[in-house]
Design a protein around this ligand. Structure first.
Ligand code: ADP
Ligand code: MG
Length: 389
């Protein structure tokens, strides 16, 4: 339990009015499909970002993150919102998005953040930060916004004010997750449904690597997908079945573009098959689809790296594991493995030891549970600790 109230008071010398929690997410399958109008299957996880906050009488916004104590308290006027070139651009970006959509804040606020999510590891700490900000401001200023709208405004903030051309998955999962369930999202229409995870265990292994080519490669992949889409003259790559794709793909002459498009189309069908497998409780079939997803990301989309390949392939061979794959944008970050409940006890030391022998570093491992999307917290104890309501 994190003592948000105490932390807030130490920094801002006044008690907070409210606290909230926004989860990170892990994507189980459906990678690089969201910006191609396809399906994704993430779940919100119990690791995330907590925020305590209070309104102010003036028009000043102040931010503090316990993860970035070196930046101290960051202040900005509500009347002169601008890019700060630091982490506070995420909460400021959310406020700028609110304003862009006509939701003006009547006054300032102090916001204090804590996190138990590794940042930059592909578990969407950025989306959690955006969603936490959105949920908190909605509460403080009684703004008439739904959870879905908060997700869209978070994505808008990241696209427009951070300059990251991400799809909607991360913010949607952080806002709309459901305890014990994965979330199938149609990124084109934003329609969604939940699928029960049953008693399977989810384990995330952090490779600890963050390759510098990630951002430029991401933009390259988006360009290649767009080029393939326009050559085939279809509204989105994921509007194609695999059969449609086979009949149209001759129009794509460039080998890289062809492979990127093939990954996208096959990944979308795997995601739809995976949700069916989950719904009928067939974890083995689900796991095979995860493994096939990893192979496609490695060979066709080419966004894996030797660390992720090693982790996924090692996990796939361990007892009780249904399936394992890289998760997130790629070039580092984490793998996700689905396994029989109880198998994680032997899995965790085995994968850590194998990785340590190969790469001389012990990877961080998170055994996670699927949880609800962002919500306000209520003070449970008089000592000021907050817990999820
Ligand atoms: P991911 O979303 O996969 O974790 P990103 O690169 O998209 O990685 O987002 C990471 C960025 O989000 C960090 O560099 C930082 O600016 C911001 N961020 C994440 N967690 C926090 C936090 N606890 N406090 C402040 N900023 C954070
Ligand atoms: Mg992010």
């Amino acid at each position: 339990m994190q003592h948000l109230m105490t932390g807030f008071e130490t920094v801002f010398h006044t008690p907070p009015e409210a606290a909230c929690f926004a989860p990170g997410r892990v994507n189980l399958i459906g990678e690089h499909t969201d910006y191609n109008g396809g399906h994704v299957l993430p779940c919100a996880i119990h690791l995330g970002i907590r925020c305590a906050a209070a309104r102010r009488q003036d028009r000043v916004l102040r931010f503090f993150s316990r993860s970035y104590p070196e930046t101290g308290v960051i202040s900005v006027s509500l009347d002169a919102l601008h890019t700060l070139n630091c982490w506070a651009d995420y909460p400021v970006g959310v406020i700028r998005s609110f304003e862009a959509f006509g939701y003006r804040l009547p006054g300032g606020a102090d916001l204090y953040f804590t996190s138990d999510l590794p940042d930059g590891a592909g578990l969407s700490s950025s989306a959690a930060l955006e969603t936490a900000t959105g949920v908190m401001l909605r509460y403080l200023f009684s703004l008439p916004l739904t959870q879905q709208e908060l997700a869209v405004l978070g994505q808008f903030a990241e696209n427009r004010f951070i300059g990251v051309n991400c799809g909607i998955m991360d913010q949607f999962a952080s806002a709309m997750g459901k305890s014990g369930h994965a979330l199938l999202l149609d990124a084109h229409t934003l329609s969604y449904q939940y699928a029960p995870l049953g008693d399977a265990a989810l384990v995330i292994v952090n490779s600890g690597v963050r390759h510098s080519l990630a951002a430029s490669a991401y933009n390259d992949r988006r360009r290649e997908c767009e080029s393939a889409r326009s050559l085939m003259k279809v509204p989105t790559l994921c509007s194609l079945t695999e059969e449609d794709f086979d009949s149209l793909s001759g129009r794509i002459t460039d080998g890289s573009c062809l492979r990127r498009a093939r990954h996208t189309v096959t990944e979308n069908s795997r995601t739809l098959a995976a949700v069916q497998a989950l719904t009928r409780g067939d974890k083995q079939a689900f796991g095979r689809l995860m493994n096939a997803s990893h192979a496609s990301l490695r060979d066709d989309f080419e966004v894996s790296c030797q660390e992720l390949d090693f982790l996924a392939e090692t996990a796939q061979g361990l007892a009780g594991v249904y399936g394992s794959r890289m998760t997130g944008g790629g070039f580092g970050g984490c793998t996700v493995s689905l396994m029989e409940r109880g198998a994680e006890q032997a899995f965790i030391p085995a994968i850590q030891e194998a990785y340590r022998q190969r790469f001389h570093v012990t990877p961080a491992v998170y055994s996670v549970t699927a949880c609800d999307g962002a919500k306000m917290l209520s003070p449970e104890h008089t000592d000021g600790a907050f817990s999820v309501t």
